[in-house]
Design a protein around this ligand. Structure first.
Ligand code: AMP
Length: 210
């Protein structure tokens, strides 16, 4: 079974995808992480898009996801996080693999901005903090390696507003293209997880019966 977790920036889809992968054995594929970890000649080009809050070109991301899906071996299926992000990507995805459902984690734009503005990262070890729900022990310093925390370029206010605009304009229209489930992402993290697992377990029962 393959599913897509979707939602605006800060809805927690990365965290929920990880929790779901741990519980079900499905494989979590995050295109944001794939792009951020790109090395070599593509790195500079990729950052010229993501740092400003723009989407990278469809051609590039589709190529990347095709390679990733081909090399991912999972009996339980995959959880896509960050892909597809527009109609063209969704159409391509339907050609590459079967998607059983999309789960949308919805939050308001106000909540999205509040959450992302409070997100800080350690540039050395990669730990992520939230100044409200998970602050570092000493202000602005990583608990693990004592490095000064930074904000991702695309988590700064102008970039977030642009990313939300693009989400509503480009990404939301694809919700109509798949079987859709919706979960309130403003609930407690464990409640959101419980709802998502309930949906996925319900779906796998249906698929087994069919
Ligand atoms: P995310 O971590 O999912 O918010 O992704 C971070 C950034 O990576 C986005 O703002 C885009 O610039 C880029 N990105 C991730 N996934 C895609 C995609 N499917 N299509 C285009 N750009 C993407």
């Amino acid at each position: 079974m393959n599913i897509v977790l979707i939602g605006s920036q800060g809805c927690g889809k990365g965290t929920q995808a990880e929790m779901l992968a741990r519980e079900t054995g499905m494989i979590h594929i995050s295109t944001g992480d794939l792009l951020r970890h790109a090395r070599g000649s593509l790195k500079k080009e990729i950052h010229s898009y993501i740092d400003k809050g723009n989407l990278v070109p469809d051609e590039l991301i589709i190529k990347l996801i095709k390679i990733k899906l081909k090399e991912t071996k999972s009996k339980k299926g995959v959880i896509l996080d960050g892909f597809p992000r527009d109609i063209l990507q969704a159409e391509q995805l339907n050609k590459i693999t079967k998607i059983d459902a999309i789960i949308e984690i919805y939050i308001s734009d106000k909540e999205a901005i509040r959450r992302i503005m409070n997100r800080w990262n350690c540039p050395k070890c990669g730990l992520t903090y939230n100044l409200i729900s998970n602050p570092p022990k000493s202000k602005g310093i990583c608990n693990k390696c004592q490095t000064k925390l930074v904000q991702r370029e695309d988590d700064k206010e102008d970039a977030i507003k642009k990313r939300l605009f693009i989400y509503h304009k480009e990404t939301e229209p694809i919700l109509k293209m798949f079987k859709l489930y919706r979960v309130n992402g403003e609930l407690d993290i464990n409640k959101v997880h419980k709802e998502i697992t309930g949906i996925v377990k319900g779906m796998s029962r249906v698929i087994l019966i069919l």
